[in-house]
Design a protein around this ligand. Structure first.
Ligand code: GTP
Length: 352
């Protein structure tokens, strides 16, 4: 889906002056999960291909990578073919190779399987992390401090659903606990899902079996020197439908990319920006916004109202219907006059 955004073009920071410290590096992006919390939409498309603020979550996650990244490996499992097809039709700014897992290998196993021919160092991001993190200074920090890796951390009120770290004065992590109970969490700094590693981390991961980077590998390797890189701008993990919509609001409010041309036309509609519109949408007499992404060929009937939502390709909303705080999968049909509030809906169910 090629979508345009009402925010207009943003250029990524000026082209890197590739001095000795800016030599190109590779990156691995993990997208192999099932996205169970976004079902049934993820029965139709993998979570990372859901469009947010005019482009797939995947491209927002890849936009986080350091400017020095010159090639990316996508570590895929579930619906790997959907990524291949999407990237063939919508190439990213650097070459992306899709590597598939025959069975889910977890974050550690997925990294091991995907990290073929990586540079020293290489970058790693989860494909569902949406953030204002700048990985360029993080890469610089890693190069200065050495060690096995540098992980980014963001401070939250309740760290219990995440990996939590404590570091010493020199930022060396001394403790890392995955999903601790809230009352015993050792800090409120959580793993933000973007890191830089020396390839030697790979030798600690056993190949061919499911391995959790967060539960097994990171805690076991702290003595080798893993550093914490805290940041305070903004962050969201898009792991649940509500968080995904919050991620979209953050992305609209902090536009980072100008990959798509200014907004597509929604002739005859009342637009409340920000709105990102795909090609071939019709919305005569409808109200669209704020914080809405429409895929390609979306049709909204007269008097329909859509706000704080993602409507994927070919969604139809009947006359007078209302859709708010919801994610609708490709081709989903909302009958005239219906109210769809706080929903994640799709035509697809589990494959038989
Ligand atoms: P839920 O099923 O809703 O928990 O979502 P998820 O499957 O995406 O899991 P989670 O959010 O914990 O995963 C974090 C990141 O790691 C996401 O980008 C996932 O796609 C990715 N990931 C999770 N498991 C695997 C795996 O087995 N292999 C690979 N390559 N990536 C994975």
């Amino acid at each position: 889906m090629a979508i345009s955004t009402a925010h207009g073009p943003r250029k990524r920071s000026s082209p890197p002056d590739r001095g000795p410290d800016m030599k190109p590096i590779s990156a691995v992006v993990l997208v192999g999960g099932f996205g169970t919390r976004h079902r049934p939409v993820t029965y139709a498309v993998p979570k990372q291909l859901v469009p947010l603020a005019g482009q797939p979550m995947l491209f927002h996650a890849m936009d986080l990578l350091p400017t020095a990244v010159s090639r990316i490996t996508l570590a895929c499992g579930y619906k790997a073919e959907a990524f291949e097809t999407y990237l063939r039709l919508h190439p990213y700014r650097v070459p992306v190779t899709v590597v598939k897992e025959e069975k889910p290998l977890g974050t550690g196993g997925g990294l091991k399987n995907g990290a073929r021919d990586v540079t020293d160092p290489f970058a790693l991001v989860n494909g569902d992390v949406i953030s204002g993190l700048d990985m360029d200074p993080m890469l610089e920090f890693h190069r200065e401090h050495g060690g096995l890796g540098t992980m980014s951390f963001y401070e939250v009120e309740d760290p219990s659903p995440y990996g939590v770290a404590v570091w010493s004065e020199d930022q060396r992590i001394v403790r890392f606990v995955e999903k601790p109970p809230k009352e015993s969490a050792p800090s409120r700094w959580i793993n933000a899902g973007a890191s830089i590693w020396s390839p030697s981390v790979l030798s600690a991961i056993e190949g061919g079996r499911e391995v959790s980077l967060e539960r097994e590998i990171i805690p076991a390797l702290l003595s080798k020197g893993i550093y914490g890189f805290p940041f305070r701008s903004w962050w969201e993990d898009a792991g649940t439908p509500a968080r995904l919509l919050n991620a979209q609001r953050l992305l609209f409010d902090h536009p980072r990319t100008g990959r798509f041309a200014p907004t597509g036309k929604l002739t005859g509609a009342r637009i409340i920006p920000p709105v990102a519109t795909g090609k071939g949408c019709e919305a005569e007499g409808a109200t669209v916004g704020r914080y809405v992404t429409l895929g390609e060929g979306v049709r909204l009937g007269k008097g329909a109202v859509v706000g704080d939502a993602v409507l994927m390709d070919r969604v139809e909303v009947g006359a007078g219907a209302e859709v708010r705080r919801s994610i609708l999968g490709p081709g989903y049909h909302v009958p005239a006059g219906a109210k769809v509030l706080d929903q994640c809906l799709a035509n697809e169910g589990p494959s038989k």
